[in-house]
Design a protein around this ligand. Structure first.
Ligand SMILES: [Fe+2]
Ligand SMILES: [Fe+2]
Length: 361
């Protein structure tokens, strides 16, 4: 694996996406699977990253689970952690749960909706999005995290429930959890690379990235609490010893794909975030570019220790991780989070496609 210059990669992906969206603004957005890359990766992603999708039975009135998006498992031995569930109410919402005011996306559920009841049993009942197509009786409710694609997560990461009174607070609390998870991920990475005999320069950069994540976790948690949000306590187990291939695959998936994409999205957010959040978003964007570069450089070093066959396995993991992330985004709510400057679903998918193409070039 040859490490790209991530700063340039991100700048090119942002420019590609702006051009693409400007050129295709009169066309409907493309569907899942439109990204370039090896077709063989698609089957690998569905095998390693289950996403359950099924049509609702409209002849029945009860709530039906139609989509279940998972954070992808980092190890087949570990069950994947849930990220989001989508329910359909074929006969509309129950009487005491509020009702969508019209067709299309009703955005983040506010006091009009009883999210605890609508999302009962889901991984997260704080965030719920209610929508109904024009002319349809059925109502769709999406429950759970919308940022399952961001950042580097340790092997045993599983999101805890957050409590918040508004969508921005809830999103900040969810991001604070991911930042806290990233501290553990770098702890593990430092120990494993040290054990593997990585150069001191690389180890120092990992230690520095860990300190960045401590700063991020504190700052984002503070911003979440300032909006009345409460952050759940993460439970993360120590991973069992792993071989270099497993370490390289996790680094490829969590770092080269997710952390680089997180840096790309944060770069876009910095331009658009509300004034009171711009400094925080900008700090994260700048640091995450450094972390993404570190991931690729670690990948290059690990690759130098692997056989050709093992390197091919890591390349397939990268392709699968791009597919998995695209599938997660495809199931996300269409709108972004304006206060955080977060782009909407279609723009995030376009950014991901541009990043993938540039990374493969
Ligand atoms: Fe971070
Ligand atoms: Fe990071």
């Amino acid at each position: 694996m040859k490490s790209p210059r991530v700063h340039a990669l991100i700048a090119l992906a942002v420019a590609d996406t702006a051009l693409l969206l400007a050129c295709s603004s009169s066309e409907p957005s493309t569907s899942a699977g439109g990204s370039s890359g090896s077709s063989s990766s698609s089957s690998g992603s569905s095998a390693s990253c289950p996403t359950k999708n099924q049509a609702a039975d409209l002849t029945k009135c009860e709530r039906q689970l139609t989509s279940h998006v998972y954070n992808c498992p980092n190890d087949p031995q570990f069950p994947p952690s849930s990220c989001r569930q989508v329910y359909v109410f074929p006969c509309g919402l129950p009487g005491d749960a509020g009702a969508p005011t019209g067709g299309g996306d009703a955005g983040d559920a506010g006091p009009a909706y009883d999210c605890a009841s609508l999302c009962a049993g889901a991984v997260d009942t704080t965030l719920c999005r209610v929508s109904r197509e024009d002319g349809s009786v059925a109502v769709t409710v999406s429950c759970g995290s919308e940022v399952c694609g961001a950042g580097r997560r340790p092997e045993s990461y599983s999101a805890a429930t957050v409590e918040a009174t508004d969508a921005t607070g809830a999103m900040l609390a969810t991001i604070a959890q991911l930042e806290a998870g990233a501290i553990r991920a770098f702890d593990v990475m430092l120990a494993e690379l040290d054990q593997a005999g990585a150069p001191a320069e690389l180890l120092a950069r990992v230690a520095s990235a860990r300190l960045d994540e401590v700063r991020h976790a504190r700052a984002v948690a503070q911003a979440a609490r300032a909006r009345g949000a409460r952050i759940g306590r993460l439970q993360m187990a120590r991973p069992a010893p792993r071989d270099l291939v497993a370490i390289a695959i996790e680094n490829a998936r969590e770092g080269c794909v997710r952390e680089t994409f997180g840096a790309l999205v944060a770069t876009v957010q910095e331009e658009r975030a509300a004034a009171d959040l711009r400094e925080l978003v900008g700090m994260i964007a700048r640091d995450e570019i450094v972390h993404a570069q570190l991931s690729w450089d670690v990948g290059e070093w690990l690759g130098s220790r692997l056989t050709e066959r093992e390197r091919a396995e890591v390349d397939r993991a990268i392709a699968a991780a791009f597919d998995e992330l695209d599938a997660e985004l495809a199931g996300a709510a269409p709108a972004g989070h304006p206060a955080l400057g977060m782009p909407g679903r279609d723009e995030q998918r376009a950014l991901l496609r541009a990043l993938r193409q540039r990374a493969a070039a």
